[in-house]
Ligand binder design. Structure first.
Ligand code: NDP
Ligand code: BG6
Length: 533
């Protein structure tokens, strides 16, 4: 098996100490050792080759809460190349000790980690500098050259920065900080605000780096169940023949969060839920559901198929969209009593949508006529991300219309699961059909398996040079082509979102949209968790 594929497989099934993987007892260190061996055999990490992970924006929220912890977890598990250094860069006057203090609450350490933690911080350093000053980057480069391995170390630059400084920072990296090993740049969304600004950014980055040096992160592509979509679809005979317009009535992709913007309104208000979640996370999931089977699992074969399917989707029409904005619920808990406009970081009277539902149509031979409904929102009734395929009715009913439509649900989070809602004979002295399910709940089937965080997988992929789970520039362009006219229309018309209560399922109009898309909600299905019986 291709080593990276098996590394991914083992990473995905990495147990906590003493956990079980596919019936075998393996400790965490054994699993990580196995992964490491594979990485080395694969040549992904050349032994003796030094690496430097440079975090630009080391003082920020993302760096503190996500990037430093992720690098630590990989280091702790021995998954980074032996000689990896971590260098922070920021305007603030930080020191390694300050970085340690700021990141420690997010590292999830246990007492046994203390010597490893010491080793982790002993490999760290910090350079202070302004993002717009080339001299600062020349100093950073001098610092990198002074580390063991010097200029020949492979360099990973993580832009944990606001997009406003992407342009000068990447220019300075190119002009002042390129090492003699490979150089890779990891960019966080937002990749622009619309097609024109995204194109401008792509043009800028494309002028500085080759596409194989640019890693655009959409962290949903690092999630267990999102990665599972390809295996479920293309590794099973049973799904292939029904995965089409003849059998599927509609597809619903959902993202729900039970909290509002709470202090993050400043960033959010400028983007809104369509740019924040729908145009990237949900659209990426749609691609993996709708694309054709790639020629291989080579990253470009996969991304070619994603681009092809995006090309079959026309711009979203405003008539196919419902926008919402949450308002406080006077009967809810204290945090729910405040609406979006009560967030002090949100401009008064903002019409930014915190909820959106939209119908997309994929005009190709497989999907013509099958609506894809994308729904996402903040301050809703639950946390949930899922892919749901609702199938057509069985033709030639013999059960007096007692059968309900089948659904296949891939539950991304929380509580990862794949389940099929299906009809079965009511057990006992009956012969009538009853709704039930085939249920693969990860928590039950893969007890004690710790699923890695999306960022862990993705950062390891950057070390390995695997771009399969990163967004290519043509993919990004298509994504913006689909949403830009809608976003401009909403802004030009000052389209007002429909108010919905904090903690609700969103505006009732979104259910009307679902109905219009042909989604049938019966409200009769009841799930009984077998492990709570
Ligand atoms: P349901 O039939 O309850 O819901 C199906 C879909 O209908 C959901 O997408 C839901 O979306 C939507 N819906 C709910 N209310 C309405 C409404 N009034 N009008 C229109 N659409 C509506 O089935 P589920 O698959 O959601 O299963 C029920 C519960 O059982 C879930 O909590 C599920 O996680 C759980 N379950 C868990 C399993 C597991 O963990 N292995 C296996 C099977 C079920 P919306 O998100 O808007 O509410
Ligand atoms: C980010 C969005 O990309 O994804 C946030 O900017 C959102 O608004 C987050 O909260 C959700 O990520 P996750 O992994 O918690 O589902």
């Amino acid at each position: 098996m291709g080593t990276r594929a098996s590394v991914r497989e083992a990473t995905a099934a990495r147990p906590e100490a003493g956990g079980a993987m596919a019936g075998q007892e393996l400790s965490r260190s054994e699993v990580c050792g196995m992964l490491r061996e594979e990485l080395s055999q694969d040549g992904a990490f050349l032994q003796g080759q030094p690496h430097v992970f440079i975090i630009l924006g080391a003082s920020g929220d993302l760096a503190r809460k996500k990037i430093y912890p992720t690098v630590w977890w990989l280091f702790r598990d021995g998954l980074l190349p032996d000689d990896t250094r971590v260098v922070g860069f920021a305007r603030s006057p930080l020191t390694v000790e300050l970085i340690r203090q700021q990141t420690l609450p997010y590292l999830k350490t246990c007492p046994e980690d203390s010597s490893r933690l010491g080793a982790f911080f002993s490999r760290q350093s910090f350079v202070r500098g302004q993002y717009g000053e080339r001299d600062a980057f020349a100093r950073l480069d001098a610092h990198l050259r002074g580390l063991p391995g010097g200029a020949r170390a492979h360099r990973l630059f993580y832009l944990a920065l606001p997009p406003s400084v992407y342009v000068p920072v990447t220019r300075h990296i190119r002009q002042a900080c390129m090492g003699e090993g490979w150089n890779r740049v990891i960019v966080e969304k937002p990749f622009g605000r619309d097609l024109a600004s995204s194109d401008a950014l792509s043009l800028h980055l494309g002028g500085l780096f080759r596409e194989d040096q640019i890693y655009r992160i959409d962290h949903y592509l690092g999630k267990e169940m999102v990665q599972n979509l390809m295996v479920l679809r293309f590794g099973n005979r049973i799904f292939g023949p029904i995965w089409n317009r003849d059998n599927v009535a509609c597809v619903v992709l959902t993202f729900k969060e039970p909290f509002g913007t709470e202090g993050r309104g400043g960033y959010f208000d400028d983007f809104g839920i369509i740019r924040d979640v729908m145009q990237n996370h949900l659209l990426q999931m749609l691609c993996l559901v709708a694309m054709e089977k790639p020629a291989s699992t080579d990253p470009d074969d996969v991304r070619d198929e994603k681009v092809k399917v995006l090309k079959c989707i026309g711009p979203v029409e405003l008539d196919d969209v419902v926008l919402g904005q949450y308002v406080g619920n006077p009967d809810g808990p204290p945090e729910a009593q405040k609406g979006y406009l009560d967030d002090p970081t949100v401009p008064p009277g903002s019409t930014t949508a915190t909820f959106a539902a939209a119908i997309l149509r994929v005009a190709n031979e497989r999907w013509d006529g099958v609506p894809f409904v994308l729904r996402c929102g903040k301050a809703l009734n639950e946390r949930k991300a899922e892919v749901r395929l609702q199938f057509r009715e069985v033709p030639g009913d013999i059960f007096g219309r007692q059968c309900k439509r089948n659904e296949l649900v891939v539950r991304v989070q929380p509580d990862e699961a794949v389940y099929t809602k299906m009809m079965t004979k009511k057990p006992g002295m009956f012969f009538n059909p009853e709704e039930s399910e085939l249920d693969l709940t990860y928590g039950n089937r893969y007890k004690d398996v710790k699923l890695p965080d999306a960022y862990e997988r993705l950062i390891l992929d950057v070390f390995c040079g695997n771009q399969m789970h990163f967004v290519r520039s043509d993919e990004l362009r298509e994504a913006w082509r689909i949403f830009t006219p809608l976003l401009h229309t909403i802004e030009e018309r000052g389209e007002k979102p429909i108010p919905y209560l904090y903690g609700s399922r969103g505006p009732a109009e979104a259910d009307e949209l679902l109905k219009r898309a042909g989604f049938l909600y019966e409200g009769t299905y009841r799930w009984v968790n077998p492990h709570k019986l």
